[in-house]
Design a protein around this ligand. Structure first.
Ligand code: SAH
Length: 214
């Protein structure tokens, strides 16, 4: 799996600007037992560099994409990270392995209930905070965050998430048409109220639930 992830970084380097992931990200991918995060009957496919189906019609992202999003976040040990879309908890576990404190919001209670014991077996429970809710609203009581990552795609980045970035903070989010083309973008809060957006790579994510229903 790691070799394929490294190949994907080289193949996409012209667009992402990242020729290879840092050692700490590779080490986190090695350490997090990906087979815990897929459905039991899918165990033998867990270590493929592929997205896999989980419960509630959702997917755990491809390891290359998890590594790329983690690189784009540029986290350091001790950073407070807001994640939208806990899902299986795999991306959460990678961030915990990087030494972050993670605040993660998930729409489906069933997924959250399955993710909690996996994460508790890997990290001190004081380092992660899970909440059922609509992640488009972020986690205002715990804002601002230096790093925010979303693993489901709205058409456009929710303004609440951009608003919960601290100055200099970064949001990594897939966005675009749920049925058509999506792109992974980074949004950096430059100074009060302003931000800079960069498009990184075409991607395909599950849609952000609730988006476009108002
Ligand atoms: N990071 C996850 C990826 C799961 S797929 C992993 O590593 O497994 C995206 C997740 O986002 C799904 O679990 C889905 O239920 C969740 N999601 C979609 N829309 C959401 C919303 N509005 N608020 C919170 N979570 C949402």
């Amino acid at each position: 799996m790691i070799r394929e992830v490294l190949d994907d970084f080289r193949r996409t380097a012209d667009r992402t600007g990242i020729r290879e992931p840092t050692d700490v990200v590779v080490e986190a991918l090695r350490r997090v037992p990906r087979d815990w995060f897929v459905v039991p009957e899918d165990g033998e496919n867990a270590w493929r560099n592929e997205p896999r189906r989980i419960a509630c019609g959702q997917t755990v992202s491809q390891p290359f994409i998890v590594a790329l999003m983690t690189e784009l976040l540029g986290v350091l040990p001790g950073d407070r990270v807001l994640e939208i879309g806990t899902g299986s908890g795999y991306q959460t576990a990678v961030l915990l392995a990087m030494g972050c404190e993670v605040f993660s919001v998930e729409w489906h209670a069933e997924l959250l209930a399955a993710a909690r014991p996996r994460l508790a077996a890997l990290a001190d429970p004081s380092r992660f905070h899970l909440r059922r809710g609509d992640g488009r609203l972020g986690w205002p009581e715990r804002a601002p965050f230096t790093h925010i990552v979303a693993t489901a795609a709205p058409v456009e980045p929710p303004p609440e998430l951009v608003g919960q970035l601290s100055v200099g903070g970064v949001l990594v989010i897939p966005c675009g048409d749920p049925a058509g083309s999506q792109e992974l973008v980074t949004i950096r809060a430059t100074c009060a109220g302003a931000s800079r957006r960069r498009s990184v790579l075409p991607v395909r994510f599950v849609p952000m639930l609730g988006d476009g229903e108002e």
